[in-house]
Design a protein. Structure first.
Length: 274
């Protein structure tokens, strides 16, 4: 089974969409943040899988870069749109404010309307055709909403959503790191050979172990600079960022870490930012 991938630009922190052909049509995972990138995604799908219709779209995460421009896809095709129950709930909550913020930031590149998932994917759900088997997992570690993972056991391919960032500093503002590590252990137990991340390029299964080390390094960095007992300051935030950039020089978007530094500092030391 060949899985194709499309990666956004820097504005959406290299958010990735992945897709493959099924007997029912193309299955697409995630829809991009901006209209022009969703349009480019559809052009690429047409080149990779000529004359195929997008049958289903699966939204893996409630972050806007995974669903905001769904309307571009639903207007050209008529796909069913799936997500976990928790992701559906989070996407619809405050949708108007979220769309206004996207329009304010990106202007004419922003979608003019949001489309919401209408069909629920349940944990451990499976789809089977003659030569293709697909398994779904609802792994609720990254945010209040669970993260949808798709696993194709024949070739041990895994579409991991925002449980995996590859060479992009992850969003950590609404994350229980302990739960995330346990979720990575669950994914590792499936022994994937190829992982298709929520952000960044396709990578081998070793990324799961690498990401666990990254999260451990992040915690150590916050703890090291908080040992003095003072309140969190901009200077401490900058020191943590500098350490992580030095440790991971080929990673994009270190600014993603700032809310997570604030949260982790409070967890470790019980003190908020000054």
């Amino acid at each position: 089974m060949e899985i194709f991938s499309f990666e956004s630009g820097v504005e959406a922190d290299y958010a990735a969409s992945h897709y493959f052909s099924t007997p029912d049509g193309v299955w697409l995972f995630d829809a991009q943040l901006l209209r022009d990138e969703a349009e480019d995604l559809l052009l690429q799908i047409g080149e990779d899988i000529p004359k195929a219709e997008v049958d289903s779209v699966f939204i893996t995460s409630a972050r806007p870069e995974h669903y905001a421009s769904l309307s571009v896809i639903t207007r050209k095709h008529n796909p069913r749109v799936y997500a976990t129950a928790a992701v559906k709930k989070q996407i619809t909550a405050g949708a108007g404010r979220r769309l206004d913020a996207i329009k304010e930031t990106y202007g004419p590149r922003a979608p003019d309307a949001l489309v919401f998932p209408e069909t629920t994917v349940r944990a451990s759900e499976r789809r089977q055709w003659k030569d293709l088997k697909v398994e779904f997992l609802d792994v609720g570690a990254r945010e209040p909403a669970g993260n949808l993972v798709c696993f194709l056991p024949a070739k041990k391919q895994m579409i991991a959503g925002d449980l995996v960032f590859n060479k992009v500093h992850p969003f950590l503002e609404r994350v229980d790191i302990d739960s995330w590590v346990r979720s990575l252990d669950i994914l590792s137990s499936l022994n994937p050979k190829t992982v298709y991340p929520g952000h960044g390029a396709v990578v081998d299964g070793e990324v799961l172990t690498h990401l666990k080390r990254y999260l451990a390094h992040f915690r150590v960095a916050v703890g090291y600079f908080g040992r003095s007992g003072q309140e969190l300051t901009d200077e401490i935030i900058d020191e943590v960022l500098d350490l992580m950039v030095d440790k991971y020089p080929d990673y994009h978007a270190p600014e993603n870490l700032v809310p997570g530094i604030i949260l982790e500092y409070e967890k470790q030391f019980g003190r908020r930012a000054a």
